[in-house]
Design a protein around this ligand. Structure first.
Ligand code: ATP
Length: 728
């Protein structure tokens, strides 16, 4: 199939394609004018795989189009004709035939012109319905195909050719009888190509699926000369090939039964409610998002279909909108929307900050609609509900951390029986086993299970709606957690974006955005870190900067060192109140704080878009933590820099330094070769220095060990006020 922008003639395209002119058999113009956007990929010759010289995604432009099916010799031969990518599901129709008549192209252009007018004048509601039908591979495609056939006549298909087709028993595009008998699917056999006849019973699923094939009752094998083909809306093999190539280019991997095709444009959002669609598009536009990111392209249609999903994509790649938009569509569809007798969607996140951020995103994207959205908090749970139905019964969508929601659930303040969609952001964290709850001497639990996994399990069990949809999102999903997470999903589609492999480090490397420059900096000993940080700041880096430390004690200590350096510095850790934390994030966003010292509380999900540099003052305990910390910069395609300090001690311990070096190497960074030889594993003793197993790293201070010792001795020698010496 060749797609031509309206302003161009077919001759131009053929002339530019060189040898393509001899290979193309152009006979009909199909009804693709209604496709709102296509991507035009320039002709590639010498012939090769059509996607090899793909320009960047940004260079794609929407074109009104006409489609001209060409004769395909085999499944793969279209590569060397004119390689123009179509995105979306353009209904294809018409017999391929050889013609050089000018009329063909003239007709095509004329037709395309009409199509353009038509497209511009089309109402939004209609467009939404069509788009949705297209997405779900509905029979609408057949109708379009029919239109296309009718146009073929006008397009000037040679009558001689038509006659010849009939004599040779080939189906003809403008022969209505031929349409239903048209072979619609082909499989390559050892010899020739096997064509399967379209039985006319093609289900919606068959045309929407990229992984499954349409079924048909009989098949005809055509070998020898180029087979002629008429398709009327049924998904063709080469369209599936194109979709596969498209996914390959954007590094999208989708696994599962009947995976819907990618959504190339927000304008194709499968939303039957035209006014909701208008609102969403307006809000998307005001966010200045031009097109969906790869994860949004694939996750949106999957979730809109109501399927369970397991999605992994790099940090800062727009996963939040990938689940928020379909959740809003689902809320609108839900029949209980007016009753408001319990939330209908649930978004879970591991930290309160992330939950608030997600809630903000929901409110922003749903602005102008009457959805009621809230973050589950202690304060909200404490408010009185007049109707006595539970304080959260009036909300459509709740965003929560598992612990807070579970508390509300146990206190009977929330009823989750009507929840239709549960989305877990940072799913690998939410499936972490964590520390067990405290036990008494008999081994009985004194406290409820404190692990996220236990809490999530209880919440999922409370969502008893029969067709509840579940979706898990994260940038990292270690294999063990992956298996555990998959076990809660029903017939899921699994989507990953980036370099994917079974080797977990590849996955971790893939989770770091390509726009982030990663560096490992040797600082000798602990004391060297402060010097190195001051040097880095002195050299001049663009604020805001995030500096990660392994514990709140160390974050405080570093704050006390830097607060006299005339820097706009502040510190964020779990020891600060939630109000203080929220205010601090606002300050960073507003540019009032330039250097934010923080713990891993800020490592996941936080979208401080402008962060230019991340400094790992303390080496992250694992490469998963490394990936999330580093992911606070380089968001949404922006450039970022990540500097990781390491000491002799880190090298002796091996473990995470080796893994992190590997991640940097796999993402194209420079690391010394010997780091690959560092010892594996070796978890640090007394993790999170100063909290559990005692302090592992020394104090952060500019005073040398000699000064500290001297001061100590002086203090000991000094006589106490009461005449005695100071107690040790
Ligand atoms: N289609 C889009 N085009 C441009 N920017 C987008 C698009 N979708 C989302 N963004 C922006 O990308 C940034 C990162 O998005 P988001 O926070 O959803 O990333 P994420 O994948 O969830 O990251 P993390 O894994 O760190 O949680 C946000 O500032 C968001 O506004």
């Amino acid at each position: 199939m060749v797609l031509v922008p309206i302003a161009r003639t077919m001759e131009t395209v053929l002339a530019e394609s060189g040898r393509a002119a001899q290979n193309c058999n152009i006979v009909s113009v199909a009804a693709a004018q209604r496709a709102a956007t296509v991507c035009l990929e320039r002709v590639l010759h010498p012939p090769g795989l059509c996607c090899r010289q793909q320009a960047s995604w940004d260079t794609y432009k929407p074109f009104p189009v006409i489609t001209i099916p060409v004769n395909l010799r085999s499944t793969h031969e279209h590569d060397n004709i004119v390689s123009v990518r179509s995105i979306g599901f353009l209904p294809v129709c018409g017999v391929a035939g050889r013609t050089k008549e000018k009329k063909t192209t003239g007709g095509g252009r004329e037709d395309g012109g009409k199509g353009r007018e038509k497209e511009e004048g089309r109402g939004e509601e209609k467009e939404a319905t069509d788009d949705e039908l297209r997405l779900h591979g509905s029979k609408k495609g057949h109708v379009d195909g029919g239109h296309g056939c009718a146009r073929d006549k006008d397009a000037g298909m040679g009558t001689g050719r038509r006659k010849r087709d009939k004599q040779e028993g080939r189906p003809c595009p403008d022969d209505p009888g031929a349409t239903s008998q048209t072979p619609s699917l082909f499989r390559k056999k050892k010899k020739g190509v096997q064509w399967k006849e379209d039985t006319g019973e093609d289900s919606d699923a068959s045309s929407s699926s990229s992984s499954s094939s349409s079924s048909s009752s009989s098949s005809v094998t055509i070998s020898g000369s180029a087979p002629t083909l008429v398709l009327n809306g049924t998904r063709r093999q080469h369209e599936e090939d194109e979709m596969r190539a498209f996914r390959r280019r954007l590094r999208i991997k989708a696994r599962g039964e009947n995976v819907p095709d990618c959504l190339p444009s927000f304008s194709l959002l499968p939303c039957p409610d035209a006014s909701l669609k208008r609102t969403l598009l307006r809000n998307i536009e005001s966010s200045q998002w031009k097109e969906p990111t790869p994860i949004q392209m694939q996750a949106l249609p999957v979730l809109a279909m109501g399927r369970d999903l397991l999605a992994t994509a790099p940090t800062g790649s727009g996963k939040t909108a990938a689940f928020v938009l379909p959740t809003l569509l689902r809320l609108e569809k839900s029949e209980a929307k007016l009753l408001r007798n319990g939330p209908r969607a649930l978004l879970l996140a591991p930290t309160r900050e992330l939950a608030s951020q997600i809630c903000g995103e929901v409110q922003r994207l749903a602005a102008g609609r009457a959805f009621k959205v809230a973050v589950v908090s202690k304060a909200l749970a404490a408010t009185k509900d007049g109707a006595g139905q539970g304080v959260f019964s009036g909300y459509d969508l709740l965003v929560a951390t598992p612990m807070r929601l579970l508390q509300a659930l146990r206190e009977g303040k929330v009823d989750l029986r009507r929840v239709r969609a549960v989305i877990l952001d940072e799913a690998d964290k939410l499936f972490e086993l964590g520390r067990e709850g405290k036990k008494n001497t008999a081994g009985e639990s004194l406290e409820p299970d404190k692990s996220f996994l236990g809490q999530v399990d209880e919440i999922l069990a409370a969502c008893t709606y029969p067709e509840v949809q579940r979706a898990l999102f994260s940038a990292t999903l270690p294999p063990l957690i992956h298996d555990l997470a998959s076990s809660v999903l029903r017939d899921p589609v699994s989507v990953s974006v980036g370099l994917a492999s079974n080797r977990s480090n590849y996955t971790h490397a893939a989770a770091v955005p390509e726009s982030v420059t990663q560096e490992l900096v040797f600082v000798g000993r602990e004391e060297g870190k402060l010097l190195a940080l001051r040097q880095l700041l002195k050299q001049g880096v663009l604020p805001p900067i995030l500096v990660f430390l392994e514990s709140k004690e160390r974050a405080r200590e570093l704050y006390h060192e830097l607060c006299y350096d005339h820097l706009r510095v502040d510190v964020m850790h779990a020891g600060r109140s939630s109000e203080q934390r929220a205010a601090l994030l606002e300050k960073v966003r507003a540019g009032a704080v330039w250097v934010l010292l923080c713990t891993d509380l800020c490592a996941r999900g936080l979208d401080l878009r402008a962060v230019n540099v991340v400094v790992n003052y303390d080496l992250p305990p694992s490469c998963v933590t490394y990936v999330h910390r580093v992911g606070r910069t380089g968001r949404a395609g922006r450039a970022g820099r990540a500097v990781t300090f390491w000491t002799e001690r880190d090298m002796e311990e091996g473990g995470s330094l080796r893994a992190i070096a590997n991640v940097i190497k796999l993402s194209g960074g420079q690391v010394p070769a010997w780091m690959a030889g560092l010892k594996k594993g070796g978890k640090k003793k007394g993790r999170e220095g100063g909290r559990e197993g005692g302090r592992v790293r020394g104090r952060i201070s500019t005073r040398t060990a000699w000064d500290v010792e001297k001061a100590k001795r002086r203090k000991e020698r000094r006589p106490q006020k009461g005449g005695g010496t100071e107690k040790k």
